[in-house]
Design a protein around this ligand. Sequence first.
Ligand code: HAM
Length: 411
Amino acid sequence: MKIQSVRGTHDLYAQQLEKFKFIIEIVNTYAHIYDFNEIITPIFELTELFLKPLGEHSDVVLKEMYTFDDRNNSSLTLRPEYTTPIIRAAISNNLLERLPTKLYGIGPMFRRERPQKGRFRQFNQINFEILGTNDMAADVELILLADDILKKIFLNKKIKLVINSLGDKDTLKKFKHYLSVYFKKNKSKLSIDSLNRIESNPLRILDSKNKNDNDVSQEAPKISDFYSEEAKNKFEDIKNLLTNRSVEFEVNHSLVRGLDYYCHTVFEFKSNELGSQDTLIGGGRYDGLTKTLGGPDIPGVGWAGGVERIMMLIEKDIKVQQKIHLVVMKEDFRSYGLDILNKLRKNNIPVFFDYKYNLKKSLSFANNVNARYAIIIGEEEVKKHSYTIKDLKKNTQKTILLDPLISLLKL
Ligand code: HAM
């Protein structure tokens, strides 16, 4: 019986895993430089953590959550995103006593979406949150952090930053109302998906991928006409701060994001090389969310990036450490072989042993896995306490003692 992996999931190994680790290392480095504390939370939570905060009419809650009953009948859900679990954990563990609190987390998320390029049912997110400040400098710091990470990973790829403001909660409520009224008037031109969203989630019609929907949206009321004075000032503040730092961005009032908890700033980093799933990083402000989750009434802002999508843009192979293969020609020399393995490893030199005791088979194995060196142990070597080292790329070999061997392989 051949058991397949679950649709929309994938295994990470070889170059893909190297790319994954390369990204995580950069993320950890910048998390350290920007002074965020790491947090690891459970993969599943009580379902109610997600229902209201993400929006009962959001796609995630309506059709994408992996929800199941535990044996005691409590409803559990595999986390579809990291913001709510991180806030839950910050509240549970009293991490909100000295504000602002800056936390980051990395790990797998689960959404039952239709799998396609760049969209999986289990995927990994990197996630940064700042809790407890209204200062737009926090939004800017987070954008700069994302920009630094992406620039470090891609060096010179073109990634676009798109920003918008959704205003405060009242702005958003008013805007949603007028938007519903407008879309109702234009019902006949909308796609079925959008028709279903007129009452429940009219914002999402604005970022529909359907051409007719986009045509209707062109003439729709604009969120910017509904901003309060405070919302307008906040948006100006963030735009000025970004411009002063020479961060290029585009304002797009149709950028609404898919989760319900956002207000004020929302932003996305996009690439035009990814097809329809083109957002690498998405985030924004969520004032009010911490209170909804039973914590203090404090504001918050953050973002999450999809590791798999970022991996897809890394074109070059990641250099891996040169492989060293131990070849023991006969089982009689096994003990001598184990000794040299031990000595090399004590010197932090990685080495692979294949237990074949056959020169031809071992060298062919070493070549197939692209090993750089083979250390060959035969009768002469054992007698003379030496080691033959073969450079498999240059096809040269020499016999040397332990110290020179270690110096050569340490380079
Ligand atoms: P999100 O836009 O739902 O936001 O997801 C953030 C990122 O996760 C996306 O831009 C994408 O790169 C990646 N992603 C999402 N779904 C998938 C999928 N099915 N397959 C592969 N990658 C995916 C959030 O999750 C918010 N919690 C972000 C946030 C943090 N807002 C404030 N703080």
